[in-house]
Design a protein around this ligand. Structure first.
Ligand code: SF4
Ligand code: SF4
Length: 331
């Protein structure tokens, strides 16, 4: 049954009809699993917040293709998109909904452990790290269930690790990567803060061998800004991590990207971030505007998007081929 209260909370009108002709492939090709085991048929829980089943009580075989899964898919095929969050989904907002008719899951997004070795003010109020206890035990159980499912999955699939915590700091993700089945149909995409990469990548050779994308979240292009916004991170260490990744990219040929959460304290480093990206031979840079994750940030003071200097910076970087084209939406 649809959880109407959840949709009300996100201000999603479930009676709307967006009359979209394209068939968004996400409800068929993507499964996102959160740290409670809830599974979602989209790449972001706030875009399509209805769970299609819980991995604590059901298997992925039972969840995929379940009545709820099919019901959500029908809201795409009838063009209404009534369960989608038109205020947040970036495809709907940009008027560029994807089109495809996949017949099986191609992307698995893991958000099963929010442990991290640092505490960015834009992401959390304090340190979150699970090395034991109920959250850790649940994370390990979910990781094992996902690996069991992957072991028998025969179609090509990409597993994304790092939507919520850091893949190399998290003991749950390290366990997942150490135990993941060694199968050529399974590829990986990782988003990390990069600080523990150099220390731990050698412990998961199968994942590195099959890595398609390595993203590094880095919110400053100078020591001062970086260490202010990535609380607990060290500039020297991130540069060592980037150097190591640049070397590995030559061997493993993964797509290498930088991700910057643009905010009041770092907007002036947008152009230096592009320089940093060139120095480390990255393929892509994503600039994303800070979002309110209820971490106590004063959003009234985030006035940088109004600044002429910022707008000029964005115009200058937006023509560079390695800058992701969503950059224009920042101003
Ligand atoms: S349109 Fe957006 S919210 Fe809806 S399923 Fe696709 S990606 Fe998700
Ligand atoms: S590195 Fe990523 S997961 Fe860790 S605190 Fe910062 S934004 Fe959150």
């Amino acid at each position: 049954m649809i959880n109407q209260r959840l949709f009300d909370q996100y201000n999603i009108n479930t009676k709307k009809d967006l009359k979209i002709k394209n068939l968004c492939p996400r409800p068929k090709d993507t499964i996102l699993i959160d740290k409670m085991g809830s599974c979602y048929a989209c790449e972001c829980t706030s875009w399509l917040p209805q769970s299609i089943g819980n991995l604590q009580i059901k298997s992925l075989e039972e969840i995929i293709g379940s009545d709820m899964h099919q019901h959500l898919q029908s809201s795409i095929t009838d063009g209404t998109y009534r369960y989608c969050n038109e205020h947040q989904c970036s495809y709907i907002k940009s008027g560029a909904v994807l089109h495809g008719r996949p017949d099986h899951v191609q992307y698995l997004r893991l958000a099963i452990d929010d442990s991290c070795n640092i505490r960015c003010p834009s992401c959390r109020k304090g340190m979150i790290f699970h090395k034991e206890g109920s959250a850790y035990n649940l994370g390990i159980r979910l990781a094992d269930k996902i690996n069991d499912w992957l072991y028998n999955y025969e179609h090509p699939i990409q597993v994304h690790i790092g939507s919520d915590g850091d893949p190399f700091a998290s003991h749950v993700y390290r366990h997942f990567m150490e135990q993941t089945p060694q199968r050529d149909n399974i590829k990986y995409s990782i988003l990390t803060n990069g600080l523990m990469f150099r220390e731990f990548y050698k412990t998961v050779p199968h994942v590195i061998n099959n890595l398609q994308e390595l993203g590094v979240s880095i919110d400053g292009a100078s020591k001062e800004t970086y260490e202010k916004l990535r609380l607990g991170g060290r500039w020297k260490k991130i540069l060592e991590g980037l150097e190591c990744m640049t070397e590995l990219k030559k061997k493993y040929n993964f797509r290498f990207s930088l991700h910057m959460v643009v905010q009041q304290e770092n907007w002036h480093e947008v152009e230096s971030m592009l320089e940093l990206g060139r120095t480390y031979n990255v393929d892509r840079i994503y600039f994303n505007k800070i979002e309110d994750w209820n971490t106590g940030i004063d959003f009234e003071s985030q006035t940088f998007t109004e600044l002429e200097e910022f707008k000029k910076s964005i115009r200058r970087v937006s023509t560079d081929p390695i800058v992701c084209n969503n950059v224009a939406t920042l101003t």
